[in-house]
Write a new protein. Structure first.
Length: 165
């Protein structure tokens, strides 16, 4: 097996968007920062997010059967730090960011550059995480252009298991 540090250095080179993954089960709402996101199929049009099994969002997606991917402007990356822990809902805001209820009930951020709403089509156990594959049921955008990615922050996620992961 290669050295852990080399694995980290190489896996951190994989381009990853940063997004807020919205989730909901009943009256419990949440959003979390995530970077393991990709489109996986054209028919049905599907996306996948990989979520740590210990995360609140994992439980809410599993119970609620849906999730949102809220892509952000690269000039507004401070939002990702606010969602590294479970979110606080006050009215129609999570951690002070305005939301609306999507057609599946999950939170959609009004400030997002673009968003995707999906129903869980399949869940795959991939070790420390679950890959939730979702069929797109709704999308929207506020602007065109590039969205925030890991390169726009000092954040790193991936590689080998470390301290808090």
């Amino acid at each position: 097996m290669p050295e852990a540090e080399l694995i980290n250095q190489v896996t951190w080179m994989i381009p990853n968007p940063l997004a807020l993954i919205g989730s909901r089960a009943g009256d419990e709402w949440n959003a979390m920062t995530a970077s393991w996101i990709t489109q996986v199929s054209m028919e049905p049009v599907s996306v996948a997010v990989s979520v740590d099994k210990k995360a609140l969002t994992h439980r809410l997606i599993a119970e609620g059967g849906a999730f949102s991917i809220n892509l952000w402007d690269p000039e507004d990356t401070r939002v990702f730090v606010k969602f590294s822990k479970p979110a606080k809902k006050e009215g129609m805001a999570l951690n002070g960011r305005p939301i609306r209820e999507g057609i599946t009930g999950v939170p959609i951020f009004l400030d997002a550059a673009a968003w995707i709403e999906a129903t869980v089509w399949q869940s795959v156990d991939v070790g420390t995480h679950t890959l939730f594959v979702g069929e797109i049921v709704d999308v929207g955008k506020r602007r065109d252009g590039r969205v925030a990615g890991m390169d726009d922050t000092r954040m790193k996620y991936g590689g080998v298991k470390r301290g808090g992961h």
